[in-house]
Design a protein around this ligand. Structure first.
Ligand SMILES: Cc1ncc(COP(=O)(O)O)c(C=O)c1O
Length: 417
């Protein structure tokens, strides 16, 4: 065995690591994590939900905890009809399809789920993927290849960047939510080149909404196709919950809407809907759709049931807006610095001075019985450390008041307010 390679009873220290250890590139991150844990805080990226009691409550570290860091915006995970549909499909169709959508993996349930999506968005075509990540990866890499240009907001989700890399299109980033920057970038691209503009309805780190109305118009005038990822707005934003493009009146001008089942829909999976007349060819050419197993029957059954119920979710949408406004103004009044001046979505981001105090605050809140998401660079814009709160339509008014009390006590204890 060559020098420096670990023996089971002799762990290699980082200093003694062999040359060529491919893990060396993670040293900085490992040190940052070790430094954080050495400060005595609990590992914020290793929390276990020991029991889930409802969309808004779980047992964490043996104590009942209010959940304010899930993406369960519409609280569908324990909906009785959704649960029943899943159970029935599990019994009737078994636990999994064991195959790709293009071979043995398309069941009646996948078709029904795609029908529900077509109806939800009023679009001609819907394609279900195994995750939202794969939907972005698949659609972007398949339609934008070498020689094409993808113009995207610099704060785009990793799955969007990965889709660009996989397709080998030229990536043209523009400043976050900056209409003029988008226009300038589009003008610099050769007029006859293939162009895809990729936008998100709600940006998940700060919870801010894109100016889609202007951006979609500018993109169309420049001859670009437009894809909008509505992961964090589906079910909640827009009159029918179709997202920010619906809310700003531009849904008909968008070529592709990407979404996920892992947020408002309350399960797992991803999709793309479109009115493009040739869209169905994607089922044969899109590798992250073809070369992976399809979703289990119970998952597509829960998704279809949830999507159909979300079509009639206007009361829940109204209550979620109330929750978002109440939390946003309450935190602002307490003196916390927030990601947006006004509430724009179900995400309220609280800006922390640094990672250490962010982790201390995260832990103090957990001890109070509140779970939020700690987000740090590189996932966050401008190197920010954030405590991201995401509200659920099932949070009650009293729960939001309780949450504010927890923030006040934790914020004072850590010295942030
Ligand atoms: C904007 C955006 N797109 C896509 C995804 C991926 O969704 P999924 O969890 O279904 O893979 C996420 C997930 O966080 C997201 O925030």
């Amino acid at each position: 065995m060559s020098e420096g390679i670990s023996q089971p009873d002799q762990p290699v220290t980082r200093e003694a690591r062999a040359k060529g250890d491919l893990f060396a590139k993670f040293d900085e991150l490992i040190q940052m994590r070790e430094g954080l844990l050495a400060s005595g805080v609990e590992d914020p990226f290793n929390l276990v939900m020991e029991k889930v009691l409802s969309p808004t409550r779980a047992i964490c570290n043996g104590r009942e905890t209010i959940l304010l860091g899930t993406y369960n915006y519409m609280g569908m995970t324990f909906d009785p009809d959704v649960i029943e549909a899943g159970k029935q499909a599990l019994e009737e169709f078994g636990s999994g399809t064991t195959g790709s959508r293009v071979l043995n993996g398309t069941y009646q349930g996948h078709k029904e789920c795609e029908d529900a999506l077509k109806e939800f968005y009023g679009m001609d075509h819907a394609m279900v993927f195994s995750t939202g990540y794969q939907a972005n990866l698949g659609i972007i890499s398949t339609i934008a290849g070498k020689g094409d240009y993808v113009v995207l907001d610099i704060d785009s989700h990793a799955s969007i960047y990965d889709g660009c890399s996989m397709g080998r299109a030229e990536i043209v980033p523009f400043r976050h939510n900056d209409i003029e920057a988008l226009e300038k970038r589009l003008k610099r691209i050769p007029a006859d080149a293939g162009k895809l503009v990729v936008l998100e309805g709600v940006y998940s780190m700060l919870g801010d909404v894109a100016p889609l109305k202007e951006m979609v118009r500018i993109s169309k005038e420049a001859g670009a196709m437009v894809l909008v990822d509505e992961a964090h707005s589906m079910g909640f934003i827009g009159e029918h919950g179709r997202g920010v493009a619906e809310d700003q009146g531009v849904l008909d001008d968008v070529d592709f809407v990407i979404g996920t089942f892992s947020k408002s829909v309350g399960t797992v999976g991803g999709f793309c809907v479109s009115n493009h007349p040739d869209f169905e060819i994607m089922r044969l050419v899109c590798r992250p759709y073809v070369f992976t197993a399809s979703l289990p029957p119970s998952v597509v059954a829960t998704a279809a049931t949830s999507i159909r119920k979300l079509m009639h979710g206007s009361n829940k949408r109204a209550h979620l807006w109330e929750n978002s406004k109440r939390l946003h103004s309450g935190l602002k009044d307490l003196g916390f610095q927030l990601g947006t001046d006004e509430p724009q979505s179900a995400i309220v981001a609280v800006i922390m001075p640094d990672l250490t105090r962010g982790a201390q605050m995260w832990e103090a809140l957990l001890k109070e019985g509140l779970y939020v998401n700690l987000a740090r660079p590189p996932a966050t814009p401008a190197n920010m450390t954030l405590l991201r709160c995401s509200l659920c339509a099932e949070h009650s008014e009293e729960e939001v008041s309780t949450i504010l009390g927890m923030f006040e006590r934790a914020g004072k204890a850590v010295g942030i307010i």
